[in-house]
Design a binder for this molecule. Structure first.
Ligand code: ADP
Ligand code: MN
Ligand code: MN
Ligand code: MN
Length: 373
């Protein structure tokens, strides 16, 4: 195998099993998870609680050293971890927990990369709309040598064509990761909707949803954590880079499916069309929020080829995978359902994406004149 795997993955896992099954004397391990100062990286650390938390309210605040996560501000490097969403831990099993946290600075204001805080306020404001999201997370497996997993060391696999939704050792690279991640999500309580092999070999997708409001970001971030953690066990890496391989290879996006209650009901297509009209007037602002670097990552992906639209233009269409917004064919036929925003990059922050979609489609008025491009 050309791709190299990490040293820790070569440790004897049978030894690990002996210790994982030891009784815990009534204690619970709680792993706190948060987004670091890059806006893409995840960090975690674990502590012992004397009893099993029944809900996130039973988990105390904690803190960490922001100077080691690109999050410190001056000499005040202590950051607060505020538990917001609790899951079962699929690695150390019941009764242990994973808890996603918001990060606050020393002055208890949200950290720069804490987009959940403001997203939550918007989601509260639009609550009566029962806004649902489903996000399709594409990602690419890499060996520790920085080469896509399973690709020949010197050269390239055969051109794209046989890999999407494929089966067979010649076409599907790294399925064990996908299966383990899927099971881990189900065990944890993540709303995972499905999974598939993607167009580029070693590229895969999982979908999260439908999720209402703030739940979308919460579940997707923890699903990403689980993916990185599963990959760690196998000694390989999952990258969310939106265009990991230059040239004639598909990039990786995070298509975002959206509906309000009225879009899902009979005759809902007219509300979908109204939302698309609003989105068309705010293209540049949305592109800014669809990757962590204001479009600078996504510009490598949104070229207008490889099933993408150009980053510079807004377009929409039924069953059109080359448009910014696609109305799925069955939605066009039934005249109700949801639409798909195909622009977000694989490394987007789902809080930033869902917040701007909610703001534009629901909170803004029609004669809004925000930045156009
Ligand atoms: P695609 O055909 O674009 O590949 P997928 O099957 O990969 O679509 O993903 C569909 C996504 O749409 C899933 O995340 C699912 O949760 C989401 N979804 C389904 N129904 C709705 C809805 N009514 N509103 C919002 N999202 C939805
Ligand atoms: Mn999909
Ligand atoms: Mn896809
Ligand atoms: Mn899609």
């Amino acid at each position: 195998m050309a791709s190299s795997v990490s040293v820790s993955s070569r440790l004897n896992k049978a030894v690990l099993q002996r210790y994982l099954s030891l009784p815990q004397q009534g204690k619970t391990q709680v792993t706190y998870i948060w987004i670091d100062g890059t806006g893409e990286g995840l960090r975690s650390k674990t502590r012992t609680l004397d009893s099993e938390p029944k809900s996130v309210e039973d988990i105390p605040e904690w803190n960490f050293d922001g100077s080691s996560t690109y999050q410190a501000e001056g000499s005040n490097s202590d950051m607060y971890l505020i538990p917001v969403c609790m899951f079962k831990d699929p690695f150390t099993l019941d009764p242990n927990k994973l808890v996603l946290c918001e990060v606050l600075k020393y002055n208890r204001l949200p950290a720069e990369t804490n987009h959940r805080n403001s997203c939550n306020k918007v989601m509260e404001a639009v609550k009566e709309q029962h806004l649902w999201f489903g996000m399709e997370q594409e990602y690419t497996l890499f060996g520790t040598d920085g080469h896509p997993y399973g690709w020949p060391a010197n050269g390239f696999p055969a051109p794209q064509g046989p890999y999407y939704c494929s089966v067979g050792a010649n076409n599907a690279y790294g399925r064990d990761v996908v299966e383990c991640h899927y099971k881990a999500c189900l065990y944890a309580g993540i709303k995972i909707y499905g999974t598939n092999a993607e167009v580029m070999p070693a590229q895969w997708e999982f979908q999260i949803g439908p999720c209402e409001g703030i739940e979308m970001g919460d579940h997707l971030w923890v699903a990403r954590f689980l993916l990185h953690r599963v990959c760690e066990d196998f000694g390989i890496i999952a990258t969310m880079d939106p265009k990991p391989m230059k040239g004639n290879w598909n990039g990786a996006g995070c298509h975002t499916n959206v509906s309000t209650k009225e879009m899902r009901e009979e005759g809902g297509l007219q509300y979908i069309e109204q939302a698309i009209e609003k989105l068309s007037k705010n293209h540049a602002e949305h592109i800014c929020m669809y990757d962590p670097h204001k479009g600078q990552d996504n510009i490598r992906r949104l070229t207008g080829i490889h099933e993408t639209s150009s980053i510079h233009d807004f377009s929409a269409g039924v069953a059109n995978r080359g448009a910014s917004i696609r109305i799925p064919r069955h939605v066009g036929q039934e005249k109700r359902g949801y639409f798909e925003d195909r622009r977000p990059a694989a490394n987007c922050d789902p809080y930033a994406v869902t917040k701007v979609i909610a703001s534009t489609c629901i909170l803004s008025t029609d004669n809004n004149t925000q930045s156009q491009q």
